[in-house]
Design a binder for this molecule. Structure first.
Ligand SMILES: Cc1ncc(COP(=O)(O)O)c(C=O)c1O
Length: 382
């Protein structure tokens, strides 16, 4: 049996998506810039897909710029704004962002930008006030993610965006983990990053929503595709696949119920902590820590049982790397190391007992063989 519980890492494409995309590899394979019928057909289909995606997000087609995914969209947003608006040199983001944002910000710091990394609460939520208190005349953009990729917490995007609008500051959100899962009103959002492979579309496709009137420049030079903002032959199969994925509906309630059942069962294990608010949270995420064990060992043991999850800690040969998100929450290091992320899809439904029992057994085993003498009676369940 294989139970895939790592949907925040990537998703399986829907059957309908695979079927549709295949047609664009084998039959309708034209370059959308070519002037013959196969190329013109590809262009027409691409623009139809752009319209469907724009309708889905409540935007105009010209506001959707296709990219290779979340990382590129994040880079285009921040670097593109920086390039087009060189008079402003201050950026605000948070400590719990994905590396696609954090590393881009660090690179911009090397180019002379001042970046403020706002903290999150112990529950994994960024405060609107903390962000707004950091703004100044020099602030170019505020970039706060919609849903955190590790702990699944939903950030108060609409409020932050509204405050930024009042102050004439661009607002960008990395919505890679929230898109299709948590509604988002784009009224005050200027830019939004999305990735296809997190929503059952193919890998290598994504888009950046750019509100009309936003002053932004391309960061790559080339043939001038995508309104001169993203050069390179368009990934027509990927674009078609992304539009097709949006026509499918995930079993949201089934997955939420499954998630909640597993949480109840895991709570019975002593020395357990759930990371991130359980209320303001995407419906498929469980981030749980078991005190005093190594999350990576637990993950590997679960691999052997056909249960595929991820962990916030990785033991490379020379160092034990810790999740920057869990560290930012200020929780005990023996909880940080024992973390497991389960991001559920339809595989979880009906398998809740199996999943929870296997985790329980493996945690017990790891604690038995632990070199630390764990006294779990003294550990406060959080
Ligand atoms: C929040 C977030 N942003 C950006 C990315 C990067 O997206 P991609 O893999 O499409 O480059 C990810 C992927 O894990 C993510 O979770």
């Amino acid at each position: 049996m294989e139970i895939y519980l790592d949907n925040a890492a990537t998703t399986k494409v829907y059957d309908s998506v695979a079927k549709e995309v295949k047609e664009f590899f084998l039959v309708e394979y034209g370059n959308a810039s070519s002037q013959h019928p196969i190329g013109i057909n590809a262009r027409n289909k691409l623009e139809e897909a752009r319209k469907k995606i724009a309708d889905y997000v409540g935007a105009e087609p010209s506001e959707i710029i296709f990219t290779s995914g979340g990382t590129e969209s994040d880079n285009l947003a921040l670097r593109g704004l920086a390039k087009a608006n060189p008079e402003k040199k201050h950026i605000i983001t948070s400590v719990i962002e994905h590396p696609a944002i954090i590393e881009t910000c660090k690179d911009l710091e090397k180019q002379g930008y001042k970046v403020d990394y706002v903290n999150a609460s112990k529950d994994g939520i960024v405060s609107v006030e903390d962000v707004i208190n950091k703004t100044s005349e020099d602030t170019l953009v505020v970039s706060i993610m919609h849903v955190n990729n590790e702990i699944g917490t939903i950030q108060p995007i609409e409020e932050i965006a509204k405050s930024c609008k009042e102050k004439n500051i661009y607002f960008h959100t990395d919505a890679v983990q929230g898109f299709t899962k948590v509604d988002l009103d784009l009224t005050d959002v200027d830019l939004m990053s999305v990735s296809g492979h997190k929503v059952h579309a193919p890998k290598g496709i994504g888009f950046l929503y750019i509100k009309k009137g936003t002053k932004i420049a391309a960061i790559m030079t080339g043939g001038g595709q995508e309104c001169n903002l993203r050069s390179g032959t368009e990934n027509v199969p990927g674009i078609i696949g992304l539009a097709a994925a949006l026509e499918e509906k995930e079993n949201v309630e089934g997955i939420r119920e499954s998630r909640d059942k597993i949480i109840v069962m895991l709570k019975e294990i002593p020395g357990t902590r759930f990371n991130g608010s359980l209320e303001s949270r995407v419906y498929n995420n469980i981030n749980v820590s078991f005190y005093g064990i190594e999350g990576e060992s637990l993950m590997l043991m679960l691999n052997g049982e056909g249960i595929f999850v991820s962990t916030g800690s990785a033991c490379a040969s020379t160092k034990l790397s810790e999740s920057h998100v869990l560290n930012a929450l200020g929780i005990d290091v023996l909880y940080v190391h024992g973390s497991l992320r389960l991001t559920l899809g339809s595989d979880a439904i009906g398998n809740e007992d199996y999943i929870a029992q296997k985790i329980k057994k493996k945690v017990e085993r790891l604690r038995e063989i632990s070199p630390f003498k764990l006294n779990l009676k003294e550990v406060k369940d959080e």
